[in-house]
Design a protein around this ligand. Structure first.
Ligand code: CTP
Ligand code: MG
Length: 571
């Protein structure tokens, strides 16, 4: 899948501004190279969030939704002439932004300046007529550009303009990382390559908006919001699209009834439980998506899961989609992860690196099973960062203590309160490099007492395990739940062994010496690139043995010499 670079830079802000406490100096921290090295030297505490352009997740969601509602997705002929296309589309109104991408054909995302333009575009669009088939006459903002003479045009530059929307293959990544000059740069580079682009993120909001149009047939006031890695800052190109059907905005829910006099209320069907309501809503909308949703294929209704969902593939975008409803706690954990990722640039870099490393070694998988999930792995990394001395990120309890009255949130009896105002969060001064932290992460989990202890980011301290599961990670909000309940002992053992081997590998001079700059050796994997090679890490055991050989040789020769001395003394 390829996407054009017609507009926009990467989603992440190119620099951060930190205020050094007590001095009131604003220091521009260039994030791209070694962001944190520019921070806080010689200071005790750094005020956390004073970046220009910093947005809460709520603001990001609202902006993304609003843009998506003014946008359409158009399937184009591969030789569509960009200029003519734009001229034709702009007859319906000003185009604010657009881009092309490839997903089994060329697609264009067009964002109009005004919503009226979408209505105008609809007026001019026809329902296709085919003689041998019938169409479900469901009109959506997924359209096809028909050949009106544009297809023959030359001047198509999609070859140059489209860039991959899925991540580069692992071997290309390894080559690329091998050319960097430090492990810190390798980690930053991996994050740059893997993170969602602005275009990909817009496409995610647009797919949610297209889905909302289907659900709105039943619930006109609903919204569909992306959650999970699509918006928490840790999403890798190609990650699934988790969506949440939100019915909380339906008017009348919180209307206060007068104490006396006449009033009206809606008559509604009743169900035995909230779960039953969620299941029936998802069942009906899933059916609709299956029967009427353009581009939605392979629809599965998985309604008996702990969190009922509708799973399908959205072909035009290439996204694997999970639609849930009444899943507000997951929205909160998304918000929390987003906050942690924004507090310190090292958090995102390390999450991307550890996720990539785990995937390269089959520790995580896209297939559900007894594997550690990306979410569990992220929580483990956050916990590790809380355990640094001084800590890099605060505990969830601390974030709760900083919360104001407007932040109060209790969902199904779970306290989900934490501060939303980033500027209230004071970070301690920790200047460890990405390389140090990565190595320490492996060391930390290579020796963690998984048999007795639970990982707990609310307290920022390991707790006694409340149950016998091999790996226990307390759910940050539904505290009686174990996020990694699915993980079996074999998978945990594999993770621990891999941490041991990776930690050992990173400490070897033959691994961590930069090879960049040396033309001949430029593509020979080193540093992080070595860690991503399953064959390298698997080969450690034999190499460790080889390393031990000289020692055993030494002991052998020592014994030999003692024997000789004895014999000499005897004789
Ligand atoms: N979630 C949760 N508890 C779990 C699993 C998931 O609260 N036991 C929430 C988290 O907010 C998570 C989101 O649901 O981010 C989506 O879950 P999932 O798709 O499994 O993880 P992602 O973070 O989206 O990562 P990935 O890129 O692997 O999809
Ligand atoms: Mg996900």
């Amino acid at each position: 899948m390829r996407i054009s670079v017609s507009f926009g830079a990467a989603m992440a802000s190119p620099f951060a501004v930190c205020r050094l406490k007590g001095r009131g100096i604003l220091v521009k921290c260039l994030q791209k190279v070694d962001p944190f090295l520019h921070r806080n030297i010689g200071t005790d505490v750094v005020a956390a969030r004073e970046r220009h352009g910093c947005k809460s997740l709520y603001a990001v969601q609202a902006e993304g939704q609003e843009q998506a509602e003014r946008s359409v997705l158009i399937s184009c002929h591969s030789r569509t002439n960009e200029k003519k296309f734009l001229k034709y589309i702009s007859r319906h109104g000003d185009i604010k932004k657009y881009f092309f991408y490839e997903s089994y054909g060329l697609y264009a995302v067009v964002e109009f300046a005004n919503r009226e333009s979408v209505a105008s575009l609809f007026e001019g669009a026809a329902i296709p007529s085919v003689s041998h088939e019938s169409m479900v006459p469901f009109k959506s903002r997924l359209l096809s550009l028909r050949n009106i003479g544009l297809a023959d045009s030359t001047n198509q530059q999609s070859g140059q303009q489209c860039q991959p929307q899925t991540p580069i293959p692992i071997n290309e990544l390894i080559q690329r990382l091998s050319k960097e000059e430090s492990i810190d740069q390798q980690i930053t580079s991996l994050t740059d390559v893997y993170q969602l682009t602005q275009e990909n993120s817009r496409l995610r909001f647009l797919v949610c908006s297209l889905l909302k149009d289907i659900a709105a047939a039943y619930f006109p006031e609903c919204t569909i919001k992306p959650f999970g890695s699509s918006v928490n800052g840790f999403g890798k190109l190609g990650c699934d699209l988790d969506m949440f059907l939100d019915l909380d905005g339906i008017s009348g829910r919180n209307a206060s009834m007068p104490k006396s006099g006449l009033s009206l209320e809606y008559q509604m069907k009743r169900a035995s439980s909230e779960r039953a309501v969620t299941q029936s809503i998802l069942s009906v909308i899933g059916e609709c998506v299956d029967q009427f949703g353009p581009g939605c294929v392979g629809v599965q209704k998985i309604l008996n899961a702990r969190c009922p969902l509708v799973r399908f593939a959205h072909q035009p975008s290439g996204f694997q989609c999970d639609l849930t409803a009444n899943n507000r706690v997951a929205m909160k954990s998304t918000e929390l992860l987003y906050l942690y990722g924004e507090l310190d640039p090292r958090v995102r870099c390390l999450v991307f690196t550890v996720r990539c490393w785990a995937r390269a070694h089959g520790i995580t998988s896209s297939i559900p099973g007894a594997w550690i999930t990306n979410f569990s792995l992220t929580v483990m990394l956050l916990f590790f960062l809380q355990r640094r001395s001084p800590p890099i990120i605060p505990t969830l309890d601390h974030l709760r203590d900083l919360a104001g009255p407007a932040d109060k949130s209790v969902i199904e009896g779970n306290d989900c309160t934490f501060v939303s105002d980033f500027s209230k969060i004071q970070l301690q001064s920790n200047t460890e490099t990405l390389e140090q932290l990565l190595c320490e992460f492996f060391e930390f989990y290579a020796t963690f007492t998984f048999s007795r202890m639970s990982i707990n980011i609310r307290k920022g301290k390991e707790q006694n395990k409340p149950e016998v599961a091999p790996l226990h990670i307390q759910n940050p909000f539904e505290t009686s739940l174990n996020v990694s309940k699915n993980v079996n002992a074999t998978q945990l053992d594999r993770f621990v062994a891999l941490c041991q081997e990776s930690s050992w590998l990173l400490q070897q001079s033959e691994t961590n010496a930069p090879r960049g700059g040396n033309k001949e050796k430029a593509s020979k994997p080193w540093g992080l690139a070595t860690l991503l090679l399953p064959s390298q890490v698997a080969g450690i055991k034999s190499r460790k043995k080889r390393k031990r050989e000289p020692a055993s040789e030494r002991i052998k020769s020592l014994l030999e010499s003692l024997k000789n001395t004895n014999q000499q003394q005897k004789s």
